[in-house]
Ligand binder design. Structure first.
Ligand code: HAM
Length: 409
């Protein structure tokens, strides 16, 4: 504490020091490159939204986790907890002009007043990939394929993770087959999504509250043991297309994946590390009714959200000691104030040639300069002394090989 002000950010919020930015950039660079490689167009929106757009039905966690406030004109405003409602609003606003299917992507900072656990913060960046206006499961295959590509670009092995896939439509059909009527499915989905996070007895109680008889509750639990999805044409086709695309080895059918958001209507998926140590790396699914829910025209949609928190934990665990930044750029230093102009001139010249140059701001002893350059991730270093200025050239040293090349001052 200094003058009564804490040096800590508010609980659950994060500061990014330069060493943290090395990881964040690795993750964001992979997000952007994978999105671009798969033909997604970037978009963005403001981090505050109208509360009414984001507020949700009871039983859904994100609705209860909203940071919200009234502005000075009494507008009810919230910090976005996710990007999907905003995306739906933006698409609905231009539904007449836009060319469908759309493939859009963004990295959005999101805020949720969560109970703080490993992998869950109250603020995170979430990469979103969405395809709006496509009914075929090729849309699911494209978004999941792009997310797998991002994981590869970050440096993870294909064996490090699995994408667990199911379908609410398929689960709905199984429930209907047991006599559980469609009007009860939304409640059943929310309750069954809690499996593994709370005792089955509590879930059974939630199902009872949702109007299920004891026999129906028992049937719902039995359905959760389903291991075969060949009765679902959409899942079968999705696994087949993933085979064609070359990432079927990373997919598993898992009836237990339901997702906590109520807008999903079809295939749903969630990615976990293979060892099962971390929370979900990314999650998404088909949400064909969201545009109509907010007043737009009926349009099919598929998308995913991929947070930066869990994947960074996973990368640190898997890549650990590996230097993630890589050496680059030139450190330029000088011995006495008299060589300052020469150092600045050289820095300007190198920068104009496209080099990244870290210019020392004051004179230094050579030993100190080289030790600092070595630990600062520079690839090369040049130190200018009075003799160099006198002869009009200096030597640039490659810090990994020790090789020196002459450069004119
Ligand atoms: P979600 O499952 O709520 O889905 O979040 C997606 C991902 O965001 C999670 O898998 C996780 O990586 C990350 N995430 C969520 N909450 C937190 C948190 N409190 N701390 C750290 N990371 C977090 C959605 O938000 C959907 N809107 C995704 C989507 C896009 N569906 C269709 N399009």
């Amino acid at each position: 504490m200094a003058g009564g002000v804490s040096f800590e950010p508010p609980r659950g919020m994060r500061d990014f020091y330069p060493e943290d930015m090395v990881w964040r950039n690795r993750v964001f660079d992979a997000f952007r490159a994978a999105g671009e490689a798969a033909g997604f167009k970037p978009y963005d929106a403001c981090v505050v939204e109208n509360y009414d757009l984001l507020a949700r039905k009871a039983g859904e966690e994100v609705g209860e986790q909203l940071y919200h406030f009234f502005d000075k004109s009494e507008r009810h405003i919230a910090l976005r907890a996710e990007m999907t409602p905003t995306l739906a609003r933006m698409v609905a606003a231009r539904q007449k002009e836009l060319q469908f299917p759309l493939k859009w992507t963004t990295i959005a900072q999101c805020f949720r007043y969560e109970r703080m656990t490993k992998g869950r913060k109250r603020e995170h960046y979430q990469w979103n990939l969405d395809i709006i206006g496509e009914d075929s499961v090729l849309a699911e295959v494209e978004v999941i394929g792009a997310a797998c590509d991002a994981l590869r670009r970050m440096g993870l092995a294909d064996s490090d993770y699995k994408v667990h896939v199911s379908s609410r439509k398929f689960l709905g059909e199984l429930l209907a087959g047991s006599g559980i009527s469609a009007d009860k499915h939304a409640q059943v989905f929310l309750a069954l999504d809690k499996r593994g996070k709370m005792p089955d007895s509590e879930i059974a109680a939630m199902l009872g509250d949702g109007g299920l008889s004891d026999a129906e509750t028992e049937a719902a639990f039995a359905i959760m043991e389903t291991k075969d999805c060949s009765a679902s044409p959409e899942l079968t086709e999705m696994f087949r297309l993933a085979e064609v695309a070359g990432f079927a080895d990373r997919l598993v059918f898992d009836i237990g994946v339901i997702r906590g958001l109520s807008y999903y209507t079809g295939i749903v998926f969630e990615c976990f590390d293979t060892a099962g140590e971390f929370r979900a790396v990314f999650g998404g699914g088909r949400y064909d009714n969201l545009l109509t829910t907010i007043g737009g025209e009926a349009t099919s949609a598929v998308g995913l959200g991929f947070g930066d928190v869990v994947v960074t934990e996973l990368l640190k665990a898997r890549l650990g000691g590996e230097t993630v930044a890589g050496r680059k750029g030139v450190a330029v230093g000088f011995m006495f104030p008299d060589q300052r102009d020469a150092a600045l001139r050289l820095a300007a010249k190198l920068r104009s040639q496209g080099e990244c140059v870290d210019l020392a701001l004051r004179e230094q002893k050579p030993k100190k300069f080289f030790s600092r350059a070595g630990s600062s991730c520079a690839a090369k270093a040049v130190f200018i002394g009075p003799d160099d200025v006198a002869k009009g050239s200096a030597r640039i040293k490659d810090l990994s090989t020790g090789e020196e090349t002459e450069v004119a001052l």
